[in-house]
Structure formats: structure tokens, C-alpha cells
Design a protein around this ligand. Structure first.
Ligand code: URA
Length: 211
């Protein structure tokens, strides 16, 4: 498992505004969208391409196009939905699937409540969108889910991670698959309620309100 922390002043600036408890939902959603587009640039560094001839106004040359099968982008419901547009802006031809996993607030285990994904992901490059890598339970369950269906490599795009969660994913995945995490920052720790500290609070609530 590889961890890539996007070290960039624009990423740090947008993240600081997201952390601010005074930032209202409309601005929060806009900033998540912008931030994910910056992370998507890093996350797609290894997207598979193949050569393609291009006729320019002057000559022909060899360019590239995204390889088939196209990548699949999977937001983890509900908060991952807020990351979808920012990701597909850079990968407009990607297919989009949905995975509904939430943590049980008493056991902190990941529970699946919805899925809309091809059964067969053989050879697919998968991008999982989950803003908060806290305990790692949701991400490990999602990674297992797509690997069991044949995904070839998996990139998780997250806004924030706790060191504990990164370790859990590392221990669960090890070197058995090509998995990378791209994140804007790794914070200090989890608190007793398994929230990331200093964090930004509940990402789903801040995106969509408390429902
Ligand atoms: N999920 C969130 O939305 N925030 C946290 O800090 C941890 C998990």
C-alpha cells in the first residue's frame, strides 16, 4: 500500500477553510469539489493510457488516450458523493458506481447498506472516494469488495486521514494488491468518538446538513 500526501499550498489553503467550523455548507461543498480536482490530478498519475495517432494542423504525431476498460469511480455514500464531480471533471469518461457503507456508531464496524456496481471488475482501475479515513474500517471493506470482484488496482482519494486508519489499511492490504491512498493531509489522531483530530467534523453533515 502506498500513501501519497498532496503537498501543495492550494491544497493546504482549501483544507484550512474546510476545517473552519464557520464555513457554511455551500462554501464547504464548493471547496471539496475544488480540492478533489487537485487530488484527482495526483490520484490519476498512473491512469492507464495507450498510444493514439493524432493529426495536428501541421503533421501527425503519437498522442495517448485512456485505455479500455475505462476506470471506474466509486463514491462511498453518503459523504463520498460530495467528491464525485471534482473527480469526474478530470476523468469524464470513467464509469461511476456507488457503494453504501457506513460505520456502526457503537461497534465502529463498516456495514454495507447499498451497492450499484458491476459484479465483474476484472482488470478495472478503481478510484474510491471517501473524504475521511478515520478507523479505516469503511475503506478496508470497500477495497476488499472491489478486489474480490477482480479490480486490478485501487486508489482511494480522501480529504483527511488519521494515522490509525492508514495503519489499519496498511495491515489489511499489505502487499497483496496494488493499492494507493491519496490524501490532502494526515492529521494527529482519532478521538474517543473516532473522529479525526483536528479534522473538520462530520464530512457528511458539513456537506449535506444533519439528517
Ligand atoms: N467521519 C467523519 O465525517 N469525520 C471524522 O472525523 C471521522 C469520520
Amino acid at each position: 500500500m502506498r500513501l501519497h500526501v498532496a503537498d501543495h499550498p492550494l491544497v493546504a489553503h482549501k483544507l484550512s477553510v474546510l476545517r473552519d467550523e464557520a464555513t457554511p455548507s455551500p462554501i464547504f461543498r464548493l471547496l471539496v469539489d475544488e480540492l478533489v480536482t487537485l487530488l484527482a490530478y495526483e490520484a490519476t498519475r498512473h491512469v492507464r493510457v495507450e498510444p493514439q495517432e493524432v493529426r495536428t494542423p501541421v503533421t501527425t504525431t503519437t498522442g495517448v488516450k485512456l485505455s479500455d476498460p475505462s476506470p471506474i469511480v466509486i463514491p462511498i455514500l453518503r459523504a463520498g458523493l460530495g467528491m464525485l464531480d471534482g473527480m469526474t471533471r478530470l476523468l469524464p469518461t470513467a464509469e461511476v458506481g456507488f457503494l453504501g457503507l457506513q460505520r456502526d456508531e457503537s461497534t465502529f464496524e463498516a456495514v454495507t447498506y447499498a451497492n450499484r456496481l458491476p459484479d465483474d471488475l476484472t482488470g478495472r482501475q478503481v478510484f474510491l472516494l471517501d473524504p475521511m479515513l478515520a478507523t479505516g474500517a469503511t475503506l478496508v471493506a470497500s477495497i476488499d469488495y472491489v478486489l474480490q470482484r477482480g479490480a486490478r488496482d485501487v486508489t482511494a482519494v480522501c480529504l483527511l486521514a488519521a494515522p490509525e486508519g492508514v495503519q489499519v489499511v496498511q495491515d489489511a492490504v499489505g502487499d497483496r494488491a496494488d493499492v494507493q491512498i491519496v490524501v490532502a493531509a494526515v492529521d494527529e489522531r482519532l478521538n474517543e468518538k473516532k473522529y479525526i483530530v483536528p479534522g473538520l467534523g462530520d464530512a457528511g453533515d458539513r456537506l449535506y446538513g444533519v439528517v
